[in-house]
Design a protein around this ligand. Structure first.
Ligand SMILES: *Cc1c(COP(=O)(O)O)cnc(C)c1O
Length: 392
């Protein structure tokens, strides 16, 4: 069999001079946001959710910066992410949100990861494994209070606690649930979930409890309990949509202008001719596309505006379809000599927030973040470990 080189590690990124776009990740803003969130609930511990490559910013650098800042509990979604985390931190408490797949218990135990057990089968699986090795290993129990996705329903949880054989084989180290609509504080589902969680918590006396994601932390009920589980807000997303954002921006995306042209009146720009020049327009073609995770739904037509970028301090609309590797911007609002080939257009940053990009894309900032590609040059700043590669 031929041996192939293994794929490039996820944190490898091209040199700035060779890349079409520059993604700047401010790790000191990440740490600041963690402190801000922790400060909202001084009586609770603040964990960090670093699933999905730390929402796209890079699991290793995010985990290292937050560990250095004092964060000692982390959540990932998959066991493979837990494995990556352990390469940079061998001691922190580590939960795997997607729980225990059949046959993986020994791997969890080997790397000291704790599954978030969301069904009786998973609990039985973990209990059997623990009994087999004679160790009461820790695990979280996930209770479903309304999401109907993962977790035991209240009735099953009530039944479970009476099954001593199961519950005594391992150590429940956390009881948790997840909020459905925490970003909309007015909805009755929040109070309903909090009430259900209160009931279920009582079944597990002495076990630390956790309910809040980023937005949950800011709910008027302050259902903070023992452990906060923010993700999005750590990375600069607004946990209080529609109100001012208490978070510092972490991510900045700027791409290079590779050509500037004048388009005559009535000609179209880009695939399928979805944007027509109304009068003579100046168009900048930028080295960024949907292959970089810049969603195609940010394309702009004459009737339906799409995304925007800041060039020379001025907001410029995306003109026409976003292609795989290119975006065309209408820079007619700028003076002729204000911009030249090689300059940057900012797509996230300079007043364009993640949440704005998400809304313009008909999506959410979470998807913008987690879609960020790997063709950018990635520059990490604000870490003591600057220059140390790759954060191990
Ligand atoms: C992703 C996730 C979080 C973090 O949510 P944010 O809205 O990003 O703060 C917390 N808890 C669970 C169970 C999750 O899946």
């Amino acid at each position: 069999m031929t041996a192939y080189a293994s794929p490039t590690a996820p944190f490898a990124s091209p040199q700035e001079a060779d890349a079409g776009a520059l993604l700047t990740i401010d790790l000191s803003a990440l740490v600041k946001n963690w402190h801000t969130l922790a400060g909202e609930a001084p009586e609770a511990e603040c964990a960090a959710v670093i699933k999905a490559d730390a929402y796209g910013i890079g699991l290793e650098p995010a985990a290292s910066a937050l560990s250095d800042a004092g964060c000692t509990t982390f959540f990932v979604a998959h066991l493979c992410e837990a494995e990556r985390f352990r390469a940079v931190n061998s001691t922190a408490t580590l939960y795997v949100l997607n729980g225990l797949l059949p046959g993986t218990a020994a791997h969890f135990a080997a790397i000291g990861a704790r599954p978030v057990l969301g069904s009786r089968e998973e609990i039985a699986d973990w209990a059997t494994y623990c009994a087999g090795i004679g160790k009461k290993l820790p695990a979280a129990i996930h209770i479903d209070t309304g999401m109907n996705r993962l977790g035991l329903r209240l009735e099953s949880a009530t039944k479970l606690v009476s099954e001593a054989g199961l519950m005594e084989a391992f150590t429940p180290s956390l009881v948790m649930s997840h909020l459905v609509s925490a970003e909309t504080p007015g909805l009755p589902i929040n109070a309903k979930q909090i009430k259900a969680f209160e009931a279920v918590r009582a079944l597990f006396p002495g076990v630390p409890a956790s309910l809040c994601n980023s937005s949950g932390i800011y709910l008027p009920e302050r259902p903070h309990y023992d452990l906060l589980r923010p993700g999005y807000a750590l990375y600069g997303g607004n946990p209080r949509p529609g109100r001012d954002n208490p978070m510092a921006p972490v991510v900045r995306l700027a791409a290079r202008i590779i050509q500037i042209r004048t388009v005559p009146d009535a000609e179209t720009v880009g695939y399928s001719g979805h944007w027509t020049a109304e009068g003579r327009r100046r168009i900048a073609t930028v080295s960024l596309g949907y292959a970089d995770g810049f969603l195609r739904s940010l394309s702009g037509t004459n009737l339906k505006p799409g995304g925007e970028a800041v060039v020379g301090g001025v907001r410029c609309p995306i003109a026409g379809r976003i292609s795989m590797d290119l975006i065309t911007l209408d820079i007619s609002g700028l003076a002729e000599d204000a911009v030249k080939r090689g300059d940057f257009a900012t797509f996230i940053g300079d007043g364009i927030s993640l949440d704005e990009v998400g809304t313009r894309a008909g999506s959410i900032g979470y998807e913008i973040l987690t879609s960020l590609g790997h063709r950018f040059a990635r520059r990490y700043k604000g870490s003591d470990r600057q220059g140390q590669d790759p954060f191990i």
